[in-house]
Write a protein that binds this ligand. Structure first.
Ligand code: EPZ
Length: 416
């Protein structure tokens, strides 16, 4: 099993290129099921969740090929719903997007429950309630979800009771081929939701957003197009926390500064110097011991839950420490015990963790999910001595070449 080895305490300097957004690439890859002809998707990150999503579609009969390292050409004209790889479906949360696209295209879908990071119970009730509001029948039986509609899905209104990225995207996917106007209320505003909207609009839909309301004017015939996905804002935040623990100065390139606008003031408040050379890059200098802070995870543009573990690692290296109140995934604390193995002083209560200033030293630690793994790499970069992070597979699910990018910034890090 591969591990990441880190020799801590090397300052970071230089520039790092951010890859495409994993949580955009996945729904857009599945959305290609809705369009006729070829979709050419650019800026696709090289991560295992992308590989598995493409594998699911190609096993269903899609024609998938790479134009270059980060550009994939997908044609789903000949896919069928008989050969769905349930093993892969049960590994990833994003496979839930198969529900929306297959329902829209074939009027029926039968799959196992989607998998994904283990944060405890991750229901899909909002997805199913949404599908029912546009005329579908949903049955959950023997570990399968069966969704059918004996006539065309109807346009109309969908009200989501909870702000859910996945359910919002699935409602857009399910109504994209429906002629007429579908209004979706209480939607998630994460940039990756808008990325899906822009891709589908490039293929022929007319989808508009007004704050948390999305209006879909669907079309029964969508055609493949070339589309470049957004850069990964969570990856960018992860590199900011890296230089925060090691000290140094880095340029973070190929980002959208607008996606980070609500968070950069937090880092400046903590003591980093951040200036944006242009809309696509920022320079981050961290030379002094930072002061701590208290945050609460919220839907976008609030503090992202996918930056929770990395931020906890950063807080270990601050004056005063702080806390993270996790309101999205109360079970997202598996990293706490691993930081304690490194000497971290953390106290978890209900859905909140308090982090006291800690002196971290290298240790053998276990990644338990994608962002927890990234958080442990962040902690290891600032720790005294050597660390070994196990279960690298979790990190490779969502970070392209994290080891290569960090070593190009001067970190002593390698995969063993
Ligand atoms: C997406 O998961 C992301 N995954 C997650 O990123 C991210 O943490 C999450 O959105 C929140 O931003 C992908 O895009 C593949 P939700 P998703 O539906 O869609 C509850 C990463 O590290 N809920 O917005 O599953 C749910 O339990 C991953 O990249 C219901 O109750 O998240 C949670 O408490 C981890 N019923 C809240 O809503 C539902 O039907 C938000 O979940 C759906 C969700």
């Amino acid at each position: 099993m591969e591990k990441i080895f880190v020799q801590g305490r090397e300052k970071l300097y230089g520039s790092v290129e951010i890859s495409g957004m994993k949580n955009s690439a996945l729904p857009i890859i599945f959305a290609s099921v809705l369009v006729k002809g070829e979709s050419i998707i650019e800026n696709v990150p090289i991560v295992s969740d992308v590989h598995n999503s493409l594998k699911i579609l190609s096993e269903m009969g899609a024609d998938v090929k790479y134009e270059d390292l980060h550009t994939v050409r997908i044609c789903t004209d000949n896919i069928g719903i008989e050969k769905i790889n349930m093993g892969l479906v049960s590994k990833m949360r994003a496979s839930s997007y198969l529900m929306g696209v297959l329902l829209a295209r074939f009027g029926k879908v039968r799959i196992v429950y989607p998998g994904g990071c283990n944060f405890g119970h991750r229901p899909i009730d909002e997805h199913l309630k949404g599908f029912s509001q546009i005329g579908a029948e949903c049955i959950e039986k023997n570990g399968f979800v069966e969704i059918t509609t004996n006539k065309k899905l109807k346009s109309g209104e969908i009200i989501l009771d909870k702000i859910s990225v996945g359910a919002t995207i699935n409602m857009i996917l399910a109504s994209a081929l429906t002629d007429g106007k579908t209004v979706i209320r209480n939607t998630a505003r994460e940039p990756h939701v808008d990325d899906v909207i822009y891709y589908l609009n490039r293929c022929g839909t007319n989808i508009k957003r007004h704050n948390d309301v999305i209006i879909v004017y669907g079309s029964s015939s969508l055609y493949g197009a070339r589309y470049r996905i957004f850069p990964d804002m969570i990856e960018a935040l992860t590199y900011i926390s890296c230089v925060g623990v090691t000290k140094g100065a880095i340029e973070i390139k190929n980002i959208r500064t607008s996606h980070l606008r609500s968070l950069l003031p937090l880092f400046e408040y903590m003591g980093m110097d951040i200036y944006s050379a242009n809309k696509k890059a920022i320079n981050v200098r961290s030379m002094i011991k930072l002061c701590g802070s208290h945050v609460r995870t919220m839907p976008y543009p609030g503090f992202p839950t996918d930056f929770h573990p990395q931020f906890s690692s950063l807080l270990c290296y601050t004056n005063g420490g702080g806390s993270v109140d996790e309101t999205i995934f109360p079970g997202r604390f598996a990293y706490v015990n691993e930081l304690k193995k490194m000497g971290g002083k953390l106290e978890k209560t209900d859905s909140k963790v308090f982090i006291m200033p800690s002196y971290l030293y290298g240790a053998e630690i276990d990644a338990t999910d994608l962002r927890a793994g990234a958080g442990l790499v962040v902690a290891s970069l600032g720790a005294e001595g050597e660390s070994t992070v196990n279960n690298v597979g979790y990190i490779l699910r969502g970070y392209e070449d994290m080891v290569g990018k960090l070593s190009s910034l001067g970190a002593i890090i390698k995969i063993i």
